[in-house]
Design a protein around this ligand. Structure first.
Ligand SMILES: CCC1=C(C)/C(=C/C2=NC(=C\c3[nH]c(/C=C4\NC(=O)[C@H](C)[C@H]4CC)c(C)c3CCC(=O)O)/C(CCC(=O)O)=C2C)NC1=O
Length: 169
């Protein structure tokens, strides 16, 4: 698992180079966005349960057939599994925000995930929609908390959506 800084060092060390201008730009933007990313993670930590609940309700409102017989959130077991998955995505997004790097998502969340969903028959499309709804909910809360640069939140959620669906979002 790597954060933005260890990732950069790894790349430069592999070829025995000193940091160049690109590296300095990457570092500057990592530190410049640091306060906003940490604040966003704080907003997530403090509101995780309600973020998942709100995003779940909105998802089931938009895709009501998920809750009907034959739907993939039908039965309390599946419903609970779905909200638990949303909670995983949110928690790992907060880690990726702090790391300033999406590597943690690749290693801990996305690896083999599509295959798992496919083999269980759980639809990827509505799951990606759920991730996007969480992004919007988090962004609103982060902006309301007075963080100017609420767009820092986008990265991890968009990365999961893109990699999970292998489609552009
Ligand atoms: C931390 C990394 C991690 C992830 C991401 C993860 C996901 C994950 N979600 C699962 C199931 C599931 N995931 C869902 C999800 C949904 N149902 C819907 O209608 C929606 C579209 C969606 C919610 C947004 C459902 C319903 C199941 C249970 C499927 C079944 O057993 O029939 C399973 C199968 C095993 C289990 O039920 O626990 C895994 C491994 N597990 C992990 O350890």
């Amino acid at each position: 698992m790597r954060d933005a800084v260890t990732n950069l060092i790894r790349n430069y060390d592999q070829t025995g180079r000193y940091f160049d201008r690109n590296a300095m730009d990457t570092l500057k933007s990592y530190f410049a966005s640091g306060a906003a990313r940490v604040a966003a993670a704080g907003v997530i930590n403090g509101n995780a349960a309600s973020i998942v609940k709100q995003a779940g309700s909105q998802l089931f409102e938009e895709v009501p057939e998920l809750l009907r017989p034959g739907g993939y959130a039908y039965t309390t077991r599946r419903y609970a599994a779905c909200l638990r998955d949303m909670d995983y995505y949110l928690r790992y997004a907060s880690y990726a925000l702090v790391a300033g790097d999406n590597n943690v998502l690749d290693e801990r969340v996305l690896q083999g995930l599509r295959e798992t969903y496919n083999s269980l028959g759980v639809p990827v499309g509505p799951t990606v929609r759920g991730i996007q709804i969480m992004k919007d909910v988090v962004k609103e809360l982060v902006a309301a908390a007075g963080v100017e640069n609420a767009a820092v939140v986008d990265g991890p959620f968009d990365h999961m959506s893109r990699e999970f669906s292998e489609q552009d979002v």
